[in-house]
Design a binder for this molecule. Structure first.
Ligand SMILES: [Zn+2]
Length: 462
């Protein structure tokens, strides 16, 4: 299994520290607002990688932090005139709901920053005692000059380091490589925690991931993932803090997922192209369509989100689901054919080969749809055991993709579409009684119709 490691700028062969298990840390949400589809692109890719490792038989120990104290959460609480806890609890709740809706596997731990202040102060203390940190104006800073590998992850040369200056903000950019803050001295209107040695204050953002990953995964673990925007300063600072505090190598493999744009433009509220999950669900899109669209572009490519793409994702899913439905409806003779057994074996090997090559999802999906095509050509020759084997294969692949329709959703998409057509026709003929009856019939099966200017869409009721 090979993939690109940001730390070394190379495609590397994966080798775990402890055989058969993987320590995985992924940076979680800052809970000051709803997660948007750009955030979900990263979380979804992380989920795909994690599911693939599980499919390959690894035991994955996954930790995702929740940033519930930083510049943004404090600002939001002040704007809303409420407490930090009140703000963060709202967005933690919606984040967990969104994760479930999108069929993202739960992490083993979701540590919150505010519940690990002691561990963070301990890390500050280690850095201070070893001479990597210094006090200035009631705060504590990390001296980037002292760590010879500083800038390695983000490819920053030593010459670009601004020695002797420091930055207090949690976020800053690559042109501003300075000593960063570990512990921020107490300020008016901000929550603070007690520290006799460093003075009352609150942690800098970067500190939490170093302290919490060590606690739950050990000082040295296998894989750390996040979006490309986390490379600098966040992940660069995590490496500096962890390696200097513990004296050990921090992470073996760093994997970063590219950005998402909407209609080839940067997503922003002012452009009106900013979407949170709820926006898309309200438009009638199915969570699995969104999931499929977000996983189907290779993680190192920019993902261009369009509604046309979402529509195509829906069509791809329908092909999978209709295929399964059709197979289940066949009444074949007993026995099995060597040809199908061979096709499954070959397809699964190719699927793995693609995923083993830097998570080549497009190639893997291509293999999968080719498989469906091949089986469809041989539909009449299928035997009972063939069908069971095909369905088992589909289910195995779906432990990785996580997009196919579950058993309880009985109605075939094509059937629903036909009902919608029928209702359209009834409305055209002003037979509103029939149109309403069709709507009610679908509703009784948990299907909601949404009339839009572009036509009628449907979704399953939650
Ligand atoms: Zn982090």
């Amino acid at each position: 299994m090979k993939f690109y490691n940001t730390l070394t700028n190379k495609i590397e062969t994966f080798k775990e520290i402890k055989q058969g298990t993987i320590g995985l840390y992924t940076c979680g949400p800052t809970v000051y607002d709803y997660s948007h589809i750009g955030n979900f692109r990263s979380y979804m890719f992380e989920d795909l990688v994690k599911r693939y490792f599980i499919y390959k038989g690894y035991q994955v120990n996954h930790v995702m932090n929740i940033t519930d104290i930083d510049d943004k959460t404090i600002k939001k609480a002040n704007e809303m005139g409420t407490s930090l806890e009140e703000v963060t609890s709202i967005y933690i709740k919606t984040f967990m709901e969104d994760i479930e809706t999108l069929n993202i596997l739960k992490a083993d731990h979701y540590p919150r920053a505010t519940e690990h202040i002691d561990e963070m102060l301990e890390t500050v203390d280690q850095l201070y005692e070893k001479g990597y940190a210094y006090k200035k104006d009631n705060s504590v800073y990390f001296s980037i000059e002292k760590f010879s590998d500083y800038g390695k992850l983000a490819n920053i040369s030593r010459d670009a380091l601004k020695i002797g200056t420091s930055v207090d903000a949690d976020e800053y950019d690559k042109d501003d490589v300075q000593d960063f803050v570990l512990w921020k001295g107490k300020k008016q209107g901000e929550p603070s925690w007690k520290s006799e040695k460093f003075g009352d204050g609150r942690p800098g953002w970067h500190l939490e991931c170093s302290a919490m990953s060590s606690k739950y995964l050990g000082n040295h673990f296998d894989i750390h993932m996040g979006g490309v925007d986390n490379i600098f300063p966040h992940h660069e600072n995590e490496i500096a803090q962890s390696q200097c505090a513990t004296g050990e190598q921090f992470v073996n493999y760093w994997i970063h997922c590219q950005h998402l744009v909407v209609d080839n433009q940067k997503m922003s509220k002012s452009l009106g192209n900013f979407y949170i999950l709820k926006d898309l669900l309200e438009k009638g899109y199915d969570p699995m369509e969104i999931r499929y669209l977000l996983i189907s572009t290779h993680y190192r490519k920019l993902l261009n989100f369009t509604f046309d793409g979402l529509h195509q994702a829906g069509q791809a899913l329908r092909r999978m689901n209709d295929f399964i439905f059709t197979l289940k409806g066949l009444k074949p003779a007993d026995g099995k054919t060597a040809e199908i057994s061979h096709l499954i074996e070959k397809s699964e090997a190719k699927f793995r080969e693609n995923m083993d090559t830097d998570f080549n999802i497009s190639g893997a999906l291509g293999v999968f749809f080719d498989f469906i095509h091949q089986v469809n050509l041989k539909q009449k020759e299928l035997k009972k055991q063939d069908i069971k084997n095909i369905l088992d294969f589909m289910a195995r692949i779906d432990t990785v993709l996580g997009v196919m329709k579950k058993e309880e959703e009985k109605m075939l998409d094509a059937e629903i579409e036909a009902k919608i057509q029928e209702r359209q026709l009834a409305r055209k003929e002003k037979n509103f009684q029939l149109a309403d009856a069709i709507r009610d019939e679908l509703k009784s099966k948990g299907i909601i119709l949404i009339d839009t200017p572009e036509g009628t869409r449907w979704k399953y009721e939650k």
